[in-house]
Unconditional design. Structure first.
Length: 255
């Protein structure tokens, strides 16, 4: 996340397929980026800023990914709450995390309504996918907001809560990583400088996102292999530097 990988890729190839929702609706990288930008502006209009928390009780959905991207480009913490928790347990996490916005789903309405009643969570900051009494429609969070990227972007984080088997659940709040939007370009330049020229194929088998998001100049090999244009030791170096870490890993929301 600290190098804005998705955002850079979406800017370079906005027409690429980025997401297929559970309803089988396809979203291109450009469409997903635009939706995330609108949500970031919407969150900021509610006073949510860097270091603040957005809490969710959501199923796997396009909205989950959109909100994840929106929070992570604005230095916010996203707290995904397990939908199996009771209303009281959800209320505890809302209060303990200091959540400024709460997004729920209609299928989990009962527990979420109980949680906001217990915490007296501000009605203007509650949003719902579908119909949940006392919650604003999800669409209102981004309605009328600009498509352009927000100013003063900074890398956010996911803050998960422990299971609480030995006591109250605890939020794992990691420090926000510094943002370096130019990092991918510098890494590519460094690789070009040190990589001996030659042709090397990645090992066959298993998923490799570089086969889908191969940088300009790479060549796709038969059976899903990708040739990097560098010798094998350079490919190993590329793999080491390109491993996802920190907030690059998308959280697993409620199923």
């Amino acid at each position: 996340m600290a190098d804005f990988g998705f955002w850079n890729l979406a800017g370079q190839n906005p027409g690429a397929l980025a997401l297929v929702t559970p309803e089988e609706d396809p979203l291109t990288a450009g469409e997903l980026l635009t939706r995330a930008n609108r949500l970031t502006h919407g969150l900021r209009s509610l006073g949510v800023g860097k270091g603040d928390v957005v809490a969710t009780v959501l199923p796997n959905s396009g909205a989950t990914i959109e909100l994840y991207l929106a929070a992570l480009q604005a230095g916010m913490y996203l707290v995904p709450i397990n939908h199996h928790l009771t209303a009281g347990e959800t209320a505890y996490i809302l209060e303990d995390s200091g959540a400024k916005v709460f997004v729920a789903a209609e299928r989990f309405a009962e527990g979420c309504m109980g949680a906001v009643a217990e915490t007296k969570f501000p009605e203007r900051a509650r949003f719902a996918l579908g119909r949940v009494p006392g919650f604003r429609p999800w669409e209102e969070l981004s309605a009328g907001q600009p498509d352009a990227p927000p100013s003063e972007r900074s890398a956010g984080q996911v803050m998960n809560y422990t299971s609480g088997t030995t006591g109250r659940p605890k939020g794992v709040r990691r420090p926000l990583a510094p943002l370096d939007a130019a990092l991918p370009l510098r890494r590519a330049a460094e690789r070009r400088q040190r990589a001996p020229r030659g042709l090397a194929a990645l090992p066959h088998g298993g998923a490799d996102v570089r086969g889908l998001l191969a940088p300009h100049g790479t060549r796709r090999r038969p059976h899903g292999q990708v040739a990097s244009g560098a010798a094998p030791e350079a490919d190993r170096e590329i793999s080491r530097h390109d491993e996802p870490h920190g907030a690059d890993a998308v959280p697993s929301p409620a199923g």
